[in-house]
Design a binder for this molecule. Sequence first.
Ligand code: DX5
Ligand code: ZN
Length: 220
Amino acid sequence: MEKKNCRLAPSLLAADFYRLGEQVQALEEGGCHLLHVDVMDGHFVPNISFGDCVTNALKGRTKVPFDVHLMIEDPDKYIPNFVTDQTEYITVHAEACTHLHRTVQLIHSLGVKAGVALNPATSPDVLDWILPELDMVLVMSVNPGFGGQKFIPSALDKIRVLREKADKVNPGLSIEVDGGINPVNLADVKAAGADTFVTGSALLGAADLKEQIKVFMNVL
Ligand code: DX5
Ligand code: ZN
């Protein structure tokens, strides 16, 4: 994969919310490509994070596009709330959507790119009949719900399988990986075929954020 295609998507879940604006500014200045917005409802995942107050607070105050990851039940009900001029992706979980095709159509009808996320135990085959319609697939490399978990290595094979499938029917598809990504395992994930890398605790948990952005950018 070409270096220019790779993107770093810091997860705001790991931000210090007291200093959110300052940290977002540092991420922008460091050249981060997307702001990953982890929305959790306490039902689909066993944790509650935040809702559209975060995207609404940041819109117009940073130039970095939003990459919204909805870990919620009944996403159709809330998708419109996350649409802003700078929402580039809205990603829903395959496991949370009874009518996945309808949900993807809804996201597209709102002028936003559509992603579908897969939990670690979900087969990539569930996307066979929708892959050509998608802009991105998000491969979860931890069980969704919490930051700071350990990377599950089987995600590498899943990324390889998905890249192979997509190259046949949708070569422009982005593959994003989310969970336990750090500057050490990033190279393996990239070699497997992912191009968009979410990172939470390994980036925003660092003592020196600006320096840690540089570390990630050097291995991207
Ligand atoms: C997990 C979230 C991730 C996660 C990333 O449910 O979707 O975005 O917080 O954080 P780290 O990099 O700490 O695993
Ligand atoms: Zn996420």
